[in-house]
Design a protein around this ligand. Sequence first.
Ligand SMILES: [Mn+2]
Length: 246
Amino acid sequence: MKPLIGITVNYDFHERIGEVTGLGTPLQDWDYIALDYANAVEAAGGIPVLIPNCKDPETVLPLLDRIDGLLLSGGSDVNPELYHEPLNGGKCGPVFPRRDDQEVLLLKKAVEKKIPVFGICRGLQLMNVAFGGTMYQDLPSDLGIYHSVNVYQRNHAVHMVNLKDGKIRDILGEERIGTNSYHHQAVKDICECGIVTGTADDGTVEAMEFAVGHPFTLAVQWHPEMMYDSPVTAKLFAAFIKAAEK
Ligand SMILES: [Mn+2]
């Protein structure tokens, strides 16, 4: 059978989502995710499975006995409490601890079980924080740099990423690639097991892997799943699915 890839999803308790879609009633919570992730997994030969944000995160842990790979998707900012920093009011975006707590638990158990993990955007940030790293809560006000570039179509490359010695460069066979950029936060202190394998020209961390004892813990800060026609995307997802097949 093709590998099952668990994809984490956004959680939001604002009933406006139901109002906008015309599907909801008042006081409903929502799980939702852009279809790009499932499309990318499907195109690479995997079977996408969405993992809901359960009330008790322990509920979804047995899924790790069934899935072959875990994709930590993009979304809201990671709770600064997880890296023991005060909320930088007005700079950090909305935070949903219910999703953060479940993803940290899923990530740690997936690593224990040697399940390949691929983190995208927030997924990279969550992995760094879960293993002890910290975040810039807002790149424009912290460093005066802009990585939330949403004026182009989503598959358009807006900055370059320089790849260093590591898995991602092995997978792609290139030193420098163009990527999109939809993030206002970025990794600050690197967690102890973290290895930075890609940076933008301004120094922003754009790719990481984690030395946690199994061969596929890869994360990128951009959105490869949105760059649906890019050979970089095809190679990254192919490598992830191949790791999940083992
Ligand atoms: Mn960027």
